[in-house]
Design a protein around this ligand. Structure first.
Ligand code: PLP
Length: 496
């Protein structure tokens, strides 16, 4: 097995000195509760305060050390503060921090590095439009698709998560901004994502999905007027780490070509090595027309962008998309180093090989524990779906959330996803040290065993408010949510 470059983790993790949240964490959590909106979610899921983060580990303010299998929801594919990224950041911090769109060495170096690493036809033939967040990138991608096709409407999938922007351009009064936003009366056509474990259309096959898509365009009474593009995640992220059949993306590409639609691929969570290829589409050879990039590209500093085919045929007017903070030079310097590391180090080989064995190891564990109904994934993007009834595949969000809590207490951080919060996802940094993987796996199975040994708690106990507030409600019908003064977020609204 090829070795990943060391990520500088606390190698003695996990190390639990005081049951979390310890007294110092409580003090900061209480202050947060007093000073910030009650709408925060992550400090409910992970009720600790962070003192320092290194590599694939986090130390809280009470001296506890955790193995981090969340990685900032795939922002930290190279771990926290990788020494090479730290050095790039420090060097750039002595040059320039903010430059609007005026070129800097950092900007051009980044663009040249990215250009040669894009997937398919985009490689060396793409234009880049910078944005700041993932949601910003996705909106911009749809705007570009509608502008160049002169059509409105986009096909998107059930289970998709593309961010929660939208609307700001409508509130801005300039007519010229309304002309270049698709979100001014946008039509979104929603289609079930092919989910082999929970098929909706037919048997969940690609053929059934494409048949449905064809019918939407052919049937004059389908309710669909016109569309410019299809927007897709190669693997559903927040939607539950759902891996579609292998032929899905190629068939979607053909469908788009047949109908003159642009294919927008959102690789915000799947991209930059997460699945063992630099881009998840590279597993299939599919070439997107527009690619959305965010999260890991800035190594933890906000940076996002779209890359679109340079032959799309209609030039974007100056000021097509605006934003004060786009392409921050500090983020760009880190971004170039992220790309170089992924290009030059044997990280992707390791993710493919180790990811395949991890999938087997998780499947072996699932064989021994009926609470896990399905294990799926690619590379270091692995989802474990909890079911209270393996025959009927009843989603068991409560158990996945209890696992997250139990794991936190043993020093492993894992997060949930899926419409009912029923999937625990493994998304460790790609450079995580082997002992931290092995220890984490042992603790994962131990947590499953502990929970199996406990009698099912009444709902009110299962939902006893975690510090500093209650977690999101369970799937209605599985367990009634506890009354809280402020309604909790609806099931499945994971803020990534
Ligand atoms: C696939 C995908 N697209 C878009 C987004 C939105 O990104 P951001 O939170 O930076 O707006 C996310 C966030 O998790 C995501 O996973």
């Amino acid at each position: 097995m090829t070795d990943a470059p060391p990520s500088g983790s606390f190698l003695d993790a996990p190390r639990i000195r005081v049951a979390p949240p310890g007294p110092n964490s409580r003090r900061l959590l209480d202050a947060q509760k007093r000073l910030e909106t009650e709408a925060v979610v992550y400090s409910r899921h992970f009720p600790i305060a962070i003192a320092e983060a290194r590599g694939s580990t986090i130390e809280d303010v009470d001296g506890n050390r955790y193995i981090d299998w969340v990685a900032g929801v795939s922002v930290l594919n190279l771990g926290h503060r990788h020494p090479r990224l730290e050095a790039a950041l420090a060097a750039q911090s002595r040059k320039v921090w903010h430059a609007l769109e005026v070129p800097t060495e950092a900007r051009i170096e980044f663009l040249e590095t990215l250009r040669g690493m894009l997937p398919g036809r985009l490689r060396d033939h793409a234009r880049v439009l910078f944005t700041v967040t993932g949601g910003d990138a996705v909106e911009t991608a749809v705007n570009v698709a509608e502008f160049v096709t002169r059509r409105h409407g986009v096909i998107a999938f059930s289970g998709a998560y593309h961010g929660v922007h939208g609307g700001a351009a409508n509130l801005t009064s300039g007519r010229r901004y309304h002309e270049t936003t698709a979100f001014h009366g946008a039509q979104v056509v929603r289609v079930p994502f092919p989910n082999p474990y929970r098929p909706v259309l037919g048997d969940g096959s690609t053929a059934a999905t494409i048949r449905y898509l064809e019918s939407l365009l052919a049937d004059p009474y389908s309710g669909v007027d016109e569309v410019a593009a299809v927007l897709v995640e190669p693997i559903l992220g927040e939607g539950g780490y759902v891996v579609p059949p292998d032929d899905f993306l190629p068939a979607l590409r053909e469908f788009c070509d047949r109908h003159g639609l642009l294919l927008i691929v959102d690789e915000i969570q799947t991209g930059l090595g997460r699945t063992g290829r630099l881009w998840c589409v590279e597993h299939t050879g599919v070439s997107p027309d527009i690619l959305c990039i965010a999260k890991t590209i800035g190594g933890g500093i906000p940076l996002s962008m779209i890359a679109y085919r340079d032959d799309l045929g209609r030039e974007l007017p100056a000021g097509f998309h605006l934003g004060t903070y786009r392409a921050n030079p500090l983020a760009l310097a880190v971004g170039t180093e992220v790309l170089r590391m992924l290009r030059d180090e044997p990280i992707l080989d390791r993710v493919r090989q180790r990811g395949a064995t991890l999938l087997r190891e998780f499947r072996d564990i699932a064989e021994r524990h009926s609470a896990i109904g399905d294990v799926r994934g690619k590379g270091f993007m692995i989802g474990l779906e909890f079911v209270s009834d393996p025959v009927h595949r009843t989603p068991w969000g409560d158990r996945a959330r209890e696992m997250r809590r139990q794991l936190l207490h043993t020093g492993v951080l894992m997060h949930t996803c899926g419409p009912y919060d029923q999937v625990l996802r493994f998304m460790a940094p790609l450079v995580i040290e082997e002992p931290l993987l092995a220890r984490g796996l042992g603790l994962f199975e131990q947590a499953l065993t502990v929970l199996e040994g406990q009698p099912a708690a009444p709902a009110a106990v299962r939902h006893a408010p975690a510090h500093p507030g209650p977690e999101p409600a369970a799937f209605p019908g599985i367990a009634p949510p506890v009354h809280t003064p402020h309604p909790p977020p609806p099931p499945g609204r994971h803020l990534p």
